[in-house]
Design a binder for this molecule. Structure first.
Ligand code: CMC
Length: 428
């Protein structure tokens, strides 16, 4: 293939270089288009054909159902690594040695205390505040309590900001859930690993010792790994674009949390469980809901189905489906919505509407069923997604800053009124 793309506009032909990725993906580099063509830009709502950056973090082939972090397959990582190792891999580029991992974790623990005044902010939220709104606000407030982490001018500053957010974020996640459950806010223990500590902080009751259930711990590790990065999705692009204004890591992550909250993105895991419950309450008639999903007059969508990039299967969903069976089996939980989910999946996989549009279960279809079996309230599901996505957001923000990417500032094609003279109020 030639390494040049030609674009003809009217009489003029312009040439643009092609960029080839390490997995042979091809992009047309149009950086110079506007300058050479006298103001012509491209337009691509939803960025369906637009690469916003070059990135060495995550490779995703939506046609083949491949997902890799830094070259390692998601299947192998979910099976063999723990979440902290994967976080290190995403953020620093390689799997850590034992010494590197120990240092990273010690630095995280040294920075895990959050200012006690943050409890006042949590107390000021109404009890029924959505945990994603609370988490986003608390993450943003970290900027006020840690002003030295705002301007990161060196790799050392960057590292310090990273270990701070890796340490404080699980505390905020756990406190958000404890507030929801009316439990006193407290810290975990330095003696525990990252995921065990999150569990202790989330679930421990004030009047009893908390024993880590290894089945729950393994399932949580796996879920967090599967959510850890997904290249330039809505929340990650948000983190990169906010960070591109040099707003700082915590403000960028807070913006990412808001983006993740929406039901078309991370909020789908909550929406899936609410949908499955609604179907159950309505007598379990999955056919009725399949019909609604296909009816263009009906706004209902089958939540947990479809993906912008996966047009085959979502490899994360495959792993989570198996994990859901294992966890529920091991914990002895019988959840009727698991059967409804499996029924819906079977029907969709054999239905021309879903097959033609290449709509398959995504990562969120089964994850909520596992979270619920672990005792996590449904409003917290997207918060758990955020906890998993944190290292991905950090890695993407760090890459964007180290590559000195310019501020994100798209163009537009104006389609409003042409100039009109101002009409004073008494003449309108
Ligand atoms: N139920 C019914 N129809 C659907 C669904 C669905 N879940 N998803 C897509 N379609 C249809 C859509 O109506 C359109 O049909 P037509 O071509 O006749 O107009 C076609 O499929 C293409 O859909 P689209 O909305 O143009 O596709 P998109 O790439 O813009 O949207 C999506 C991707 C994930 C937002 C969408 O599939 C969706 O809304 N799914 C449900 C929400 C969900 O589960 N989100 C979680 C995504 S995975 C977690 C994450 O990483 O965020």
């Amino acid at each position: 293939m030639s390494d040049i793309a030609k674009l003809q506009i009217g009489e003029n032909t312009y040439e643009f270089p092609l960029i080839q990725g390490t997995e042979n993906e091809t992009a047309i580099d149009i950086k110079t288009l506007r300058a050479v063509s006298n103001g012509v830009v491209t337009i691509d709502p939803g960025f369906k054909n637009t690469g916003s950056c070059q990135s060495a973090i995550t490779f995703l082939d939506g046609e083949k159902g491949i997902l890799r972090y830094r070259g390692y397959s998601i299947e192998e990582l979910a099976e063999k690594a723990d979440f902290l190792e994967v976080a290190y891999l995403l953020i620093f580029g390689d799997l850590p040695t034992k010494a590197q991992l120990d240092k990273f974790y010690n630095d995280i623990l040294d920075n895990a205390i959050v200012d006690d005044d943050i409890k006042k902010i949590i107390d000021a939220f109404p009890k029924n505040a959505h945990p994603m709104g609370v988490l986003s606000s608390l993450t943003s407030s970290l900027t006020a309590f840690n002003p030295s982490s705002v301007n990161v001018d060196s790799e050392e500053d960057m590292y310090n900001a990273i270990v701070k957010i890796m340490g404080k974020f699980p505390v905020l996640v756990a406190w958000t859930m404890r507030k929801l459950n009316g439990l006193p806010l407290h810290y975990g223990s330095r003696k525990l690993g990252y995921v065990e500590n999150v569990m202790k902080m989330m679930f421990e009751k004030p009047n009893e010792e908390y024993d880590i259930n290894p089945i729950v711990k393994n399932a949580l590790d796996k879920l967090l790994i599967l959510h850890a990065d997904h290249e330039q999705n809505c929340s990650t692009s948000t983190v990169r674009i906010v960070g591109s204004s040099h707003a700082g890591l915590f403000a960028s992550i807070s913006a990412g949390i808001s983006a993740l909250w929406g039901p078309l993105h991370g909020g789908a895991n909550q929406a899936v469980l609410e949908m499955l419950e609604a179907i159950k309450k309505d007598g379990g008639d999955t056919k009725k809901y399949m019909g609604k999903a296909k009816d263009k007059e009906d706004p209902f969508r089958l939540m947990g189905f479809g993906h912008r990039v996966y047009k085959n299967f979502d490899p994360r969903a495959k792993i989570i489906k198996v994990a859901a069976d294992e966890v529920l089996g091991d914990l002895g939980v019988q959840d009727p919505v698991l059967d409804i989910a499996k029924g819906l999946e079977q029907e969709a996989l054999n239905d021309a509407y879903f097959v033609d549009r290449k709509l398959y279960p995504n990562v969120d279809f089964y994850s909520g069923i596992i979270y619920r079996a672990m005792g996590i309230p449904v409003e917290m599901f997207t918060v758990m997604f955020a906890l998993g996505r944190l290292p991905g957001w950090i890695a993407q923000w760090k890459e964007m800053r180290l590559r000195k990417e310019p501020i994100g500032r798209p163009r537009q094609i104006y389609s409003g009124e042409n100039y009109r003279p101002f009409v004073p109020l008494d003449k309108r």
